[in-house]
Write a protein that binds this ligand. Structure first.
Ligand code: NI
Length: 158
């Protein structure tokens, strides 16, 4: 377990497309543990592997309701509706912006044991999932945001 350094701002790794995870082993579990440690230490609710410099399709999420989970090789297979909310990102410290996202998403992914999972999320959790999956494509929320601006430092970040 270790807190890793979070890549920020113009770090080119944040703009690269991540590769699929093919081996589900102890190393993967340790990486996921480190991602949770890093996310919680930074007071975040989501973190994608490229944010700690690892170009793999892994995200970790806290659903703000007492559950945490990892999504490996995730894909949004269904999206419905629209919502606009205020987002921040651990890789873009000190900023927020308004982003339009789906209201509901269905995601297929693997957990760290290599088991296929499907989950339905809506509202805030759908936002977090969409935001984190964008990181795996090298997309930052500021690319989609209106009114990208300086933030109040108390806000939750992802
Ligand atoms: Ni982010």
């Amino acid at each position: 377990m270790a807190v890793r350094r979070i890549r920020v701002e113009d770090d080119p790794i944040l703009r690269m497309k991540c590769k699929e995870v093919r081996e589900f082993n102890k190393g993967l579990e340790m990486l996921i543990d480190d991602m949770f440690d890093t996310m919680y230490k930074a007071n975040g609710v989501g973190l994608a592997a490229p944010q700690i410099g690892i170009l793999k399709r892994i995200v970790v999420i806290d659903d703000c309701d007492g559950h945490k989970f990892e999504l490996i090789n995730p894909q949004i297979v269904e999206a419905e509706g629209e919502q606009v909310s205020t987002e921040g990102c651990l890789s873009l410290p000190g900023h927020i912006g308004e982003v339009k996202r789906p209201l509901k998403v269905t995601v297929r992914a693997f957990n760290k044991k290599g088991e296929e999972i499907e989950m339905h999320a809506e509202e805030q959790l759908a936002v977090i999932i969409s935001h984190e999956l964008d990181h795996l494509e090298g997309i930052l929320y500021k690319d989609k945001a209106t009114d990208y601006r300086l933030n109040d430092p108390q806000g939750k970040k992802r």
